[in-house]
Design a binder for this molecule. Structure first.
Ligand code: FE
Ligand code: CA
Length: 531
């Protein structure tokens, strides 16, 4: 369908009732409060003129023949979305050109109130390694267009892959100028590694000392589904974040703040009753699903949602995307920086859960892809804090809290003779490059992989540049920088190059970007060298 056709379809839809008779006869939808859903007069009246596509569009999880297309109808983003509580038709189309003259597929999907009128279209039958453009239409409006790209054919010999890596965007700490620069890069996909948003109340929680928030969060600490939805929607109104989603497919996972700080499995930081916390986790997971371009198979079941998965780019790279929150044991030695306690060395202590760990090792052993990528949340390299106590101290929320679980993965790389493993991480609001050892408990142990930790988009690091004092006590760490930004990875069969892209000041909406360091890993030789 060309643009005129798309518009004709829209006009027909708008002239007819927007809620089709057939849909109205579908099983009665139950609203949050348990009442049969019915559009409220005020909703229909107030939102009919507003743009239903105020949150933009997104795509994600590229396959050789498929992609997920996302949008959410939300004419009143900060107040529950502003849609009537009924299913609404959304038309989608995907084209090979920006002008939508060659539309290769189109269809109609249903935005349901139970999922906050989000849609997740699992498009199949596309060509590999191809750029596509997509858009939606609903309620008399056409969405902005997004651009996306499928993965290469399975096993295809490709000579180059470019990935962006981002994490930790705090609405109040700064503008999302780093997302704007990310959107302007030339990338095949973006890996998002967690802390897409923060749960704190406006002006509270995790504040930057001596700095006023550049803008304020939605009311309250996010606990209920409605609060998580409004918080996601608030972040998604940001034009720079919208641009980053519209520019590339995202492969997104979460860390703690999509739910609550430093949670571990069913346990919250402040040890809420398990049932209370799991209800909160269910709300947070649902809102995350509703706002991310994830396949419908990730749809949460109560407080459980499978988000770990693999994405392959021909024979060049296979990415295992982890979830180190949902299945982890409680942080062993207190949820803080502390000397290593006996509990940290318990053999059954886990950060991935046993099932995901097996899945990861099986994937690492069996993939034919050259670069074996582990994309996950928290820093994997040891970061010993020395000189402040008689014994070294460790941040138990990172892999340092789970040293034997780390050894099981890094030791496996050594045993299996896997030389081209790359670990991508976020969480620490600063950039790091580290050589990963098969066994950090044994200082002479071999380097088996390389870790690139992306800095934060805007979330503040309270320690600042002082963290550099840790470098002499951690000689496997090759680079540290406190500036905000993201990592750009340029991957070929010969080498993996990571460029650290940084913005000097996230309180300046027009801050520029620069490359502050580049590191390379040569194929077959784990460990980073400054480029
Ligand atoms: Fe963070
Ligand atoms: Ca985090």
């Amino acid at each position: 369908m060309d643009r005129a056709g798309f518009e004709r379809w829209l006009v027909q839809r708008t002239n007819r009732r927007q809620v089709l008779a057939g849909l109205a006869m579908a099983p009665v939808t139950i609203s949050q409060r348990g009442q049969p859903a019915r559009p409220r007069q005020s909703d229909a009246a107030s939102s009919s003129q507003a743009d239903p596509f105020a949150l933009g569009v997104a795509s994600g999880d590229p396959l050789p023949d498929g992609i997920v297309l996302w949008t959410r109808l939300a004419p009143d983003p900060l107040n529950g979305g502003g849609m009537p509580s009924v299913p609404v038709e959304v038309r989608w189309e995907i084209a090979t050109d920006e002008g939508f003259t060659t539309i290769v597929q189109s269809g109609v999907t249903i935005a349901r109130p139970e999922l906050a009128h989000s849609v997740h279209v699992d498009v199949q039958g596309l060509e590999p390694s191809r750029t596509y453009f997509y858009r939606f239409a609903a309620r008399g409006a056409i969405s902005p267009a997004g651009r996306t790209r499928t993965a290469p054919a399975p096993g295809a010999a490709i000579d180059r892959l470019r990935l962006g890596v981002a994490s930790c965007a705090h609405w109040e700490h700064g503008y999302f100028v780093a997302y704007r620069h990310l959107a302007a890069e030339d990338l095949d996909a973006v890996l998002f590694l967690g802390d897409y948003l923060y749960e704190y109340p406006p002006g509270e929680g995790f504040v930057v000392e001596g700095q006023e928030p550049v803008r304020l969060h939605t009311p309250g600490e996010t606990v209920t589904l409605e609060q998580y939805r409004n918080r996601h929607a608030q972040y998604r109104t940001d034009p720079d974040l919208q641009a980053a989603h519209a520019a590339f497919p995202w492969i997104a996972t979460w860390d703690d703040h999509e739910v609550a700080n430093n949670y571990a499995g069913a346990r919250s930081e402040r040890d809420d009753p398990t049932a209370t916390f799991l209800a909160r986790r269910a709300a947070a997971y649902q809102a995350f699903y509703e706002h991310m371009p994830l396949r419908p198979e990730s749809l949460p079941q109560g407080p459980e949602m499978r988000i770990y998965r693999r994405i392959a780019f021909g024979n060049l790279a296979e990415i295992s995307v982890l979830d180190t929150r949902q299945y982890r044991s409680d942080q062993p030695c207190g949820d803080t920086v502390a000397p290593r306690c006996v509990a940290a060395l318990a053999p059954d202590l886990t950060i991935t859960g046993p099932e995901q760990e097996r899945w990861l090792l099986d994937g690492l052993a069996s993939t034919p892809a050259q670069w074996k990528v582990i994309a996950q949340q928290v820093m994997m390299a040891e970061l010993a804090v020395r000189g402040f106590a008689p014994e070294p101290q460790y941040n138990d929320d990172q892999w340092d809290g789970y040293p034997l679980a780390r050894n099981r993965i890094l030791g496996f790389l050594q045993e299996a003779g896997i030389a081209d493993a790359i670990v991508l991480s976020g969480d620490v609001h600063s950039a790091w490059v580290s050589d990963l050892k098969a066994n950090f408990l044994e200082p002479s142990s071999a380097v088996v992989a390389t870790e690139f930790v992306a800095s934060s988009i805007s979330a503040h690091n309270p320690f600042g540049p002082r963290l550099a004092i840790l470098l002499p006590g951690n000689p496997h760490i090759r680079f540290f920088d406190i500036r905000h930004g993201y990592t750009r990875c340029d991957i070929t069969p010969q080498q993996w190059q990571a460029d650290f892209r940084a913005v000097p000041d996230v309180t300046a909406p027009d801050a520029p970007v620069e490359t502050i360091a580049s590191f390379v890993v040569q194929a077959g030789q784990p460990g980073a060298q400054q480029a």
